[in-house]
Design a binder for this molecule. Structure first.
Ligand code: ATP
Length: 514
């Protein structure tokens, strides 16, 4: 645990030191769970957004993208169920005065049991070597089976209690499991209460005419209310999707995990409208497709897993998370939800407008079903950033800190470095930048010895360093250094663009999705 915390602290301080993420309003001591993206962070975030948009919108003929407003008519949130049901169960510790999400306390307890299972697996795998059969071990090892049964039973009971709004039982469960406040070790808990996560605000200048509004807690509803507009004006035929990226706001009860859980964050969501009855098939397809998108970034298959929901949200008939191994363990990165016709039917009911589709093949009208994919851009940022940050032991017994961002996402693709600040080398470097800047985000760096500049670019995540030296003046060549391998090659200046292009081109990265 201590190592995990230490690693996570390193991630946070590296994000600040290298201009990725700052605390919001830091000069006023910050604002809890609100963050600003700095010069490099803004580029990385934009590149992740683009990677998603390309894969979801541009590469799918039947998916279009929109950009709906953050403010929506307040009835939207009555129809969607958010006014009545967008709650989290909270519990306070009477001694430490710390507030927690009751479900998260229980899930963390279960995660500890799961960690024990993983430990047993690791031990057995070491003992049996090549002959180790993980599946069989999980199914037959008495201790592991008991652990798993216990974990399943806890989650099942919690799911049921939450579904039935039986908050007293959620508290009983916490007490029976002997869960203590992680801060103080105290087990002196209050009752569990529901807490609505939406932020309220007002629209309009005068107090009498002002209208109560909410800041949207998800982007999805902006898609649902525009369903018919897009379908008609885009002449879309079912099945088709509407995607969008944008800010969402939630008054999270506990927000102590950097950009993993923020009060203002960005979502990338896609609602796929389908014929009723085909939801199972599309749900499975989108689960598979979204996992492929993640895997295309090459961040290690072992770092992802699916988690099927026990407790389904009020709108869903099936739901799964893609979980990622964050520095603090496996946690939700993306959700894939089969939302039935819940949202469109509710908006029909509350608006009095028909939100139906005439299916020319079936020759009938219906309210389409929906499968949704929903990922937090900031969470994706954290996944990419934390996974990329590595300390490497080098052959000469030194270490280097390197941010091995997938090159397609790196904020700066290349740094151009004149070996010395004289003899006309800076001019050549600037000329190279003049040419490259139309295609890539590149920077110029002439300060410090070149070795230190390499280290600085490694830590900032820049995939290439291009060094201009005296030989460059004679034969129009430079050295190009690769961040990950630290290999250097001498190449013609005229070749540099195509070398970078080959490594950072979105097409080749996304084609890995197959
Ligand atoms: P959690 O269980 O972690 O609170 P959720 O199940 O409420 O998340 P969804 O409503 O399914 O999340 O939202 C879809 C995605 O939006 C999540 O998978 C996550 O990546 C992102 N997300 C949700 N809440 C936050 C937040 N407070 N900060 C950053 N990202 C978030």
């Amino acid at each position: 645990m201590a190592k995990q915390e230490d690693d996570f602290k390193k991630v946070i301080s590296h994000a600040k030191e290298y201009g990725y993420v700052f605390q919001s309003s830091e000069i006023y001591d910050g604002l809890s769970a609100v963050y600003d993206y700095a010069q490099n962070g803004a580029e990385l975030k934009k590149n992740i957004r683009e990677y998603w948009w390309k894969a979801m919108v541009n590469l799918n003929e039947n998916i279009v993208g929109i950009d709906a407003a953050i403010f929506m008519h307040p009835t939207t949130w009555k129809a969607s169920g958010h006014v009545d049901a967008f709650n989290d169960p909270l519990i306070d510790n009477k001694d430490s005065k710390k507030r927690y999400r009751a479900d998260v306390l229980i899930e963390d307890y279960v995660a500890k049991i799961e960690a024990k299972i993983e430990k047993e697996v690791a031990k057995a795998s070491k003992r049996f070597g090549d002959t180790f059969d993980k599946k069989q071990f999980l199914a037959t090892n008495q201790r592991v089976v008991e652990y798993q049964e216990k974990a399943d039973a806890i989650l099942k009971r919690m799911g049921k209690s939450l579904e039935n709004e039986d908050l007293a039982d959620v508290k009983s469960l916490i007490e029976e499991l002997d869960i203590a406040c992680p801060m103080s070790g105290s087990k002196n808990w209050t009752d569990v209460k529901q807490f609505n996560l939406m932020f309220g605000t007002k629209l309009g200048a005068s107090a009498e005419s002002a209208m109560d509004l909410y800041l949207r807690p998800e982007t999805a509803q902006g898609i649902f209310v525009n369903f018919l507009n897009v379908q008609k004006t885009g002449r879309m035929k079912i099945p088709f999707g509407i995607a969008q990226t944008g800010k969402a706001f939630r008054n999270e009860i506990v927000a102590r995990q950097f950009i993993f859980r923020m009060r203002e964050f960005e979502q990338m969501e896609m609602q796929f409208f389908i014929r009723p009855g085909t939801q199972k098939e599309w749900y499975e397809k989108w689960k598979e497709n979204r996992l492929k998108w993640h895997l295309s970034l090459g961040m290690g298959e072992e770092n992802y897993r699916f988690h099927d929901h026990e407790k389904l949200a009020h709108y869903a008939d099936a739901a799964a998370d893609i979980e990622f191994r964050f520095p603090f363990g496996f946690k939700e990165l993306e959700g894939i939800h089969s939302r039935t016709d819940f949202d469109l039917s509710q908006h029909e009911k509350f608006s009095g407008k028909k939100l139906q589709y005439f299916d020319p093949e079936l020759k009938e009208s219906y309210v389409p079903y929906v499968v949704e994919t929903s990922i937090g851009l900031d969470r994706m940022f954290l996944a990419v950033f934390s996974n990329s940050l590595q300390e490497e032991e080098l052959e000469n017994n030194t270490t280097r800190t390197v941010l091995k961002l997938p090159a397609v996402l790196a904020p700066t693709k290349a740094a151009v470095l004149p070996l010395v600040k004289k003899d006309g080398l800076p001019d050549v470097a600037h000329k190279i930048i003049e040419d490259l800047k139309w295609d890539f985000n590149v920077i110029y760096d002439e300060k410090d010895a070149v070795g230190r500049r390499y280290r600085r670019q490694d830590a900032a995540g820049t995939p290439f360093c291009i060094t201009v030296d005296h030989q460059s003046l004679e034969d129009q060549t430079v050295t190009i250094r690769h961040r990950d391998t630290m290999e250097q090659h001498r190449v013609a200046i005229s070749e540099v663009k195509s070398i970078i292009h080959k490594e950072v081109d979105m097409r080749s990265w996304l084609q890995r999705m197959g």
